[in-house]
Design a protein around this ligand. Structure first.
Ligand SMILES: *[C@@H]1O[C@H](CO)[C@@H](O)[C@H](O)[C@H]1NC(C)=O
Length: 349
């Protein structure tokens, strides 16, 4: 008898534990998880038991007091909430429009009864409608082709893959350029390598218009789809801007160099004559200074361009040409000053 009692007691305990576990499982399974994008709509669908078809249903927040009821089937539209009761399927759906981050949190689906209402817990997540912080940069050329590679999780192996333009996850699937259900069209081809968990979208006949943002999407049956971003730049290899700007800069540089050398050469040419004259006129100076002194003023003529007098020498030389060498000599006469300053500076050293 005693052992039988113990057995009864433990059996009751066991049943009690099983009951608690079942309640736990049921209550966790009863939480409905819903996700939506900021600025978009989301549907919250709750099912109810047979016999409740004609009862009032509602969606509420917090403690579900009278002021916490957001919308009810007896008043089907209120603010950004609307509710629809599908009595055949015994599912009522509340649509929350223009979601914002403050809408995220806990809600309850309620059925009004005499006595205590029934409740189903709802958790709403709101995510920004833009993707992603990181993106892969890809470059190609007009007329060429490019491959965008998109990795995915092993759990998504058999899910729908797709790619779209832009950065908005909420509209990506409906605006998909190509999906794994329809893997080829005029410009796009999608190949899915399930072993390396990567799908690749090949884009051919690239034009400048193909430049921009792309989103790789993987469809999830529950929760929001998964995305990764790519940024494509299509370059024009024959675009003038690629060459013209550096080419013009180079030409200007070459022209400046040539002009500079040309001016120096002309002045040097005059200088040689002058030197010959000088050699006759000032033998004593030559004896003192040596040949390199005569070269120095020429160098000075070009290198001391900042001196206004020398600059005018250069310019006038340019304007007047070879047959007005007299004026050049006249201009160059003050070079005696240079000579003397050079001598002084030599003497200083
Ligand atoms: C919500 O449900 C309505 C009615 O079934 C449907 O037209 C709408 O597209 C749904 N919205 C979302 C975001 O799933």
């Amino acid at each position: 008898m005693f052992s039988c009692d113990v057995k009864m007691w433990s059996l009751q305990n066991l049943l009690f534990i099983i009951c608690i576990a079942l309640i736990c499982v049921i209550s966790t399974a009863a939480v409905i998880h819903v996700s939506g994008y900021e600025g978009r709509d989301v549907n919250v669908s709750c099912s109810y038991g047979e016999g409740y078809e004609s009862y009032e249903k509602y969606l509420c927040r917090n403690d579900c007091g009278n002021s916490d009821v957001l919308v009810k089937t007896t008043e089907a539209k209120k603010n950004k909430y609307s509710i629809y009761d599908d009595k055949k399927r015994r599912v009522f759906t509340t649509t929350l429009s223009d979601l914002s981050s403050v809408d995220a949190g806990k809600y309850w689906c309620g059925v009004t009864r005499t006595g205590k209402d029934t409740y189903t817990e709802v958790r709403l997540e709101v995510e920004p409608d833009s993707c992603c912080d990181r993106s892969t940069n890809i470059q190609s050329y007009e007329g060429g082709s490019v491959s965008i590679s998109c990795s995915y999780e092993s759990e998504d192996q058999n899910n729908l893959k797709y790619i779209c333009r832009g950065k908005q996850p909420s509209t990506c699937l409906q605006q998909a350029l190509i999906t794994s259900d329809n893997t080829q069209n005029a410009q796009f081809r999608l190949t899915d390598d399930k072993e390396s968990r990567k799908f690749t979208v090949n884009i051919t006949s690239l034009t400048q218009e193909d430049s921009g943002s792309y989103l790789c999407g993987v469809h999830r049956n529950t929760g929001l789809d998964v995305f990764s971003a790519a940024e494509l730049e299509v370059k024009d290899p024959s675009h003038p801007a690629v060459f013209i700007v550096p080419a013009v800069l180079l030409l200007i540089l070459i022209f400046a160099l040539v002009m500079y050398k040309y001016k120096c050469y002309k002045v040097q040419g005059g200088g040689v004559n002058m030197n010959r004259n000088r050699t006759k006129a000032a033998d004593a100076e030559e004896a003192m200074g040596g040949a390199d002194i005569y070269e120095n003023p020429e160098a000075a003529t070009c290198s001391k361009k900042r001196s206004s007098r020398q600059q005018s020498t250069c310019h006038q030389n340019d304007d007047t040409g070879g047959d007005q060498q007299d004026s050049i000599y006249q201009n160059l006469v003050p070079t005696e000053d240079i000579y003397s300053t050079l001598f002084y500076s030599k003497g200083d050293k």
